[in-house]
Write a protein that binds this ligand. Structure first.
Ligand code: KIV
Length: 272
């Protein structure tokens, strides 16, 4: 029987698990503020990710590395205030969980306590397993993130497709298994060959969420500002643009400037 997630008043990790079992795709988008979160939640989106891509689209940094835990908490709390139905996942930012599992737990606890989010997301596999285990032991749900992990951009040196060779593909498959065995509730697969994503998805019991990972995953995620056409320069092959809001904003603002300069705004009805 199909799982009717449209009847669900709150998406939980359990709901996502059922969606995978029933073959119902999971739709996930990023958000960083209250107003956008409210708009997203009114659409029955399944998962809202407060991604550390906030560093790029909200703060204008070139990489995701500079964003701080306090800044992620600010974005996370703003989003949570706008959501009642979707599952909210907040990224642990670079430098708050790698190499020190006690610090990782403290960072995850701060996210959960100070934002009210439902789960956290961490980038990496075997190398962060100790942090993953410690966070999970506190009852905090984790979404993993494998493939292109932007917090490691300085190690990769490029945003090109990951795991195109057998060795890296094997490591990624093992990492996905490790994350599942540890108890993660889902794994994001970013920018890897579609065939590899399909294989990992078939092997795992937990849902996979793809971005640039082809169609044979359990769900898809895009950065909201990219799919709406607010960010206009970023055009990777995997991105489908659903709108050109950037252009509409420019037109609206130009019209406002014209109206102000020509004394058309405000008119008689727009004053007291
Ligand atoms: O930070 C982010 O927006 C992400 C998605 C691209 C998956 O991690």
């Amino acid at each position: 029987m199909a799982y009717l997630e449209s009847n669900i008043t709150k998406v939980t990790t359990h709901v996502l698990q059922n969606m995978k079992q029933c073959g119902n795709k999971i739709a996930m988008l990023t958000a960083y503020d209250y107003s956008m979160a409210r708009l997203l939640d009114s659409t029955n989106i399944d998962v809202v990710l407060v991604g550390d891509s906030a560093a790029n689209v909200m703060a204008g940094y070139k990489t995701t590395l500079p964003i701080t835990l306090d800044e992620m908490i600010y974005h996370g709390a703003s989003v949570v205030r706008g959501i009642s139905r979707a599952l909210v996942v907040v990224d642990l930012p670079f430098g708050t969980y790698q190499g020190n599992s006690k610090m990782a737990l403290q960072s995850a606890i701060r996210i959960m306590k100070e934002t009210g989010a439902d789960a956290v997301k961490l980038e990496g596999g075997a190398e962060i397993l100790e942090s993953v285990n410690r966070i999970l032991s506190a009852g905090i749900p984790i979404m993993g993130h494998l493939g292109l992990t932007p917090q490691s951009i300085n190690k990769f040196g490029t945003y090109a497709v990951r795991a195109t060779d057998d060795e890296e593909a094997k490591r990624l498959t093992e990492d996905a298994r490790l994350l599942q065995e540890a108890g993660c509730f889902a794994v994001t697969l970013e920018k890897i060959p579609a065939a590899l994503a399909a294989k990992v998805t078939a092997e795992l019991k937990i849902p996979t969420i793809g971005i640039g990972a082809g169609p044979h995953v359990d769900g898809q995620v895009l950065v909201l500002h990219d799919m709406l056409g607010i960010t206009q320069q970023f055009s990777p092959r995997f991105l489908r643009r659903y709108h050109s809001i950037g252009e509409e904003i420019s037109h609206a603002v130009s019209q406002y400037i014209t109206d102000v300069k020509s004394c058309d705004f405000p008119n008689e009805k727009e004053q007291y």
